[in-house]
Design a protein around this ligand. Structure first.
Ligand SMILES: [Zn+2]
Length: 203
């Protein structure tokens, strides 16, 4: 039915669309799908030309409007989110699991790297000594490629790793190991003096 009055025609369409909302939605969905490229292009063009001006002019209304929209659709949005979570629960859980695993991998990689540094090795050694009920009082400072050798159950000196390794017997026995190191240096005094000398060299 043709209207002469434009406003009446508009009202008619509005009412019609409201009454046939599913049909209308489907129609606009189809239309959008078919003309997507063009619509987006038009929007982009319009935005580039007018949006800033439009926004400045209607700022208050736009803010009010989006606030209103949020208020009106809060329940629906929540519902939608809940539904999304429910139907994608498996994927979401999978995603979080993967995230945790990846991070574990990274942190274990980092730990591995740290354990290979001088500082890392030192911490590991100290923890091991604690378990063995050995003290960590050092009579000299650590230098590169040195090992901490206990001269008794409380104190020790940093000596070259190579010498320390040389003095390990097949079956690790604390007593024979200490005797061997002592034999290598000749005396405890010489061992400590030599170790302190090496610390100075590298300091
Ligand atoms: Zn030792």
């Amino acid at each position: 039915m043709p209207y002469k009055d434009k406003e009446k025609q508009r009202q008619y369409h509005k009412k019609y669309n409201k009454e046939h909302i599913d049909e209308t939605r489907e129609r606009s969905r189809k239309y959008y799908k078919k003309h997507k490229e063009k619509i987006l292009q038009n929007h982009k063009q319009w935005n580039e030309q007018n949006y800033k001006q439009f926004y400045q002019k209607h700022r208050q209304q736009i803010i009010q409007c989006s606030k209103q929209y949020y208020e009106n659709n809060k329940e629906r949005a929540l519902q939608r989110r809940r539904q999304y979570y429910q139907s994608n629960q498996k994927n979401i859980l999978q995603y979080h699991k993967k995230y945790r695993e990846n991070h574990k991998k990274i942190s274990s990689q980092y730990n591995k790297q740290y354990r290979q540094t001088e500082q890392g090795k030192e911490i590991i050694r100290q923890n091991r000594d604690k378990r063995r009920k050995l003290g960590s009082v050092a009579l000299n400072k650590k230098f590169p490629n040195s090992h901490f050798h206990h001269i008794n159950n409380k104190e020790g000196v940093y000596i070259p790793e190579a010498i320390h390794k040389l003095c390990f017997t097949g079956k690790s026995n604390r007593k024979t190991h200490r005797r061997k190191v002592l034999q290598y240096y000749g005396s405890l005094e010489k061992m400590i003096a030599n170790a302190r000398q090496l610390t100075l060299v590298y300091d």
